[in-house]
Design a protein around this ligand. Structure first.
Ligand code: CTP
Ligand code: MG
Length: 385
């Protein structure tokens, strides 16, 4: 939908002063990159077509980094310790001629220009407060302090609200000057006695809070075939041990009927091949360069622990697993009867990733065919978010 709005004097306030604790990046959340731009740049790009003024509340100490991104086109103020304090500080910098204010979380970076335009249309038509909301999918309970349900509100009257939230400027400033406390600006307006209108929100206005939200946002932004997809392969092999008591660990499972293999850590060739494939796909080196055979911390680490640590490292580098395939090569153990268990164990160590496990013998040929040892080959498909 394309709204050809006349230019109304609209100030867009972008609270971006949070640290992004739950996202856990090295920089404040608004500066985290998503498909080639920071989150706050996405938010500004989406809302600037309807804005006559944009004010960003930046985390203290990061003001110049925000200014450098936008130059003169944006006013940067220092944010406060709470979101509403950040909004209040930004309100003090609004142009005197602006009539409407849209408050929009940097964290809802992908909310569309169209959504903002629909909010403004309602304000122009005379509403004082207009906010987007989504129908609530889950049945929602109201509880008391001890965790007991007080009541079950009728879901059809509930909305999960988003931003941008639009207001008549004078009314919003007055609501912020009152000593009310609310978790969003619309809440302050409600307490000040204004009626707040809800219009349809949009999926893409999701609040980016965790790493997996970033991955969802990347999918919204990119057509499937534009995703930055990488592939990696890995192999590992170990000889069966002469020590009859050595336990066999393979694909995250213990195999009591088979003697284990010699080698670094627990010798889980399937897990190690997957780690190598993941590191290769992410261009992060390999098992050895990451965990080192001499590093005592990993000398006796289980395959599952190495998988979990590998997942952590590739996630830190902004990669998400699309799928993993591992093939085990050897005469024993027989994988088929425990295939689902093996898939579940590997997947669990990889944060629920899609894993497939296959197995083969080599017709009596080579060290695996001669029953001297076991090997595994893995491929990993990952995507950057
Ligand atoms: N915000 C702000 N000033 C604060 C706290 C939050 O301007 N003192 C902004 C955030 O930058 C974000 C929006 O309010 O754009 C919504 O907050 P949230 O998604 O919770 O972001 P963070 O507080 O950064 O994240 P976290 O709670 O995980 O630390
Ligand atoms: Mg927060």
């Amino acid at each position: 939908m394309n709204h050809s709005l006349p230019r109304y004097p609209v100030t867009v306030i972008i609270p971006a002063a949070g640290s992004g604790e739950r996202l856990g990046a090295q920089v404040p959340k608004a500066l985290v990159p998503l498909v080639g731009r920071t989150l706050v740049e996405h938010a500004v790009a989406n809302l600037s077509p309807i804005a006559s003024q944009i004010i960003i509340a930046a985390p203290a100490g990061f003001e110049s980094q925000f200014s450098a991104l936008f130059g003169e086109s944006v006013t940067v103020v220092t944010g406060g310790t709470t979101r509403s304090e950040s909004v209040k500080k930004a309100l003090a910098a609004t142009d005197s001629e602006s009539k409407y204010v849209l408050v929009h979380d940097a964290a809802r970076s992908l909310a569309s220009t169209d959504l903002a335009a629909r909010i403004i249309e309602e304000l122009v038509a005379g509403e004082v407060a207009v906010i987007p909301g989504m129908a609530v999918i889950d049945t929602t309970k109201e509880i008391d302090a001890d965790g007991y349900v007080i009541r079950t509100p009728d879901r059809s009257y509930l909305r999960a609200v988003q931003t941008p939230q639009g207001f008549e400027k004078g009314a919003l400033i007055a609501a912020h000057e009152s000593n009310f406390d609310a978790s969003d600006d619309a809440g302050l307006m409600e307490l000040a006695g204004h009626s707040v209108k809800i219009i349809d929100g949009e999926e893409r206005a999701l609040k980016i809070t965790t790493k997996s939200d970033l991955a969802i946002a990347a999918r919204i932004l990119l057509p499937e075939n534009d995703l930055d997809i990488r592939i990696g392969i890995g192999t590992d092999a170990h000889a069966f041990s002469a020590d009859e008591l050595r336990p066999m660990w393979l694909a995250g499972l213990h195999w009591p009927e088979v003697v284990g293999v010699d080698g670094h850590s627990d010798g889980d060739v399937a897990a190690h091949a997957i780690c190598d494939a993941l590191f290769a796909a992410a261009s992060l080196g390999d098992l050895g360069s990451n965990f080192g055979t001499s590093d005592p911390e990993y000398a006796s680490a289980s395959g599952q622990r190495l998988l979990a640590e590998t997942l952590h490292r590739i996630t830190e580098a902004s990669f998400k697993i699309l799928n993993i395939s591992v093939q085990i090569v050897g005469n024993k153990p027989k994988i088929g009867p425990r295939r689902s268990e093996a898939i579940a164990a590997l997947s669990r160590s990889l944060g629920g990733a899609l894993v497939s496990v296959s197995a083969t013998t080599t017709d009596g040929l080579g060290f695996t065919g001669e029953g001297k040892g076991i090997s595994a080959i893995a491929s990993a498909l990952i995507t950057k978010f």
